[in-house]
Design a protein around this ligand. Sequence first.
Ligand code: ADP
Ligand code: MG
Length: 236
Amino acid sequence: METKNVINIKNLVKQFPVGGNYFTALQNIDLKLSEGEFIGLVGPSGSGKTTLLNIIGGLDSATEGSVSVLGNYMDNTSHNERAIIRRKHMGFIFQSYNLLPVYTVYENVELPLILNNMESTERKKKVTQAVEWVGLKDKINSKPADMSGGECQRTAIARAIVHEPALLLADEPTANLDAENSHNIMKILSKLNSEISTSFVFATHDEKIMGYLRRIIHLEDGKIINDEKISNPKSA
Ligand SMILES: Nc1ncnc2c1ncn2[C@@H]1O[C@H](COP(=O)(O)OP(=O)(O)O)[C@@H](O)[C@H]1O
Ligand SMILES: [Mg+2]
């Protein structure tokens, strides 16, 4: 049944207009993702990972094909509807953390809950829980400028998961981190993935973290060249 798929992409093509012509960034993409999966989009720079992630997240749209995410056909949903789906049911993690510098850890993590109109006692409970999840309780009143890259990315993870999204999308989340912090981040995420039903899609070309993935979709020149199940992934 189609609705059981968190993601169901058929025959996706994405072209970008370039100087009066088109550049094909993705072609013939078919991809299904079931609830709770932990997959990586892996491939060299320019292979189409970010483009695919942005289409899944409704930040960009397909040129051709059908893209169903969490039961919504993205090509038939308006800009506003997509924004609501993102806010309620998705979490995003970026390479550059994208934290608000004037806000504390607490305030950064609280933001998605405010946007979802959650009431303040409930918010406090959820924020505290998410911050504990990523091991940042003692930094809860710190601001990004006073924290390490690893701590900033852990804050970004707490912010991405605080509303318990059905789907978490991460674009090169360890690209700015050293080995120790990269492993920490992956351990936190794989623990989360095994304890809550959130599905994870990662774009990465970081060899250090591949071992944590449970399924690897290899992209090259905008095409899926291999879809590999990992039988014994690393975990926390
Ligand atoms: N807005 C755009 N306009 C034109 N070309 C783009 C645009 N976004 C991405 N591309 C091209 O599409 C290809 C895939 O890019 P991207 O998805 O960012 O790859 P990756 O994340 O794997 O490095 C690249 O060749 C890139 O230059
Ligand atoms: Mg990219």
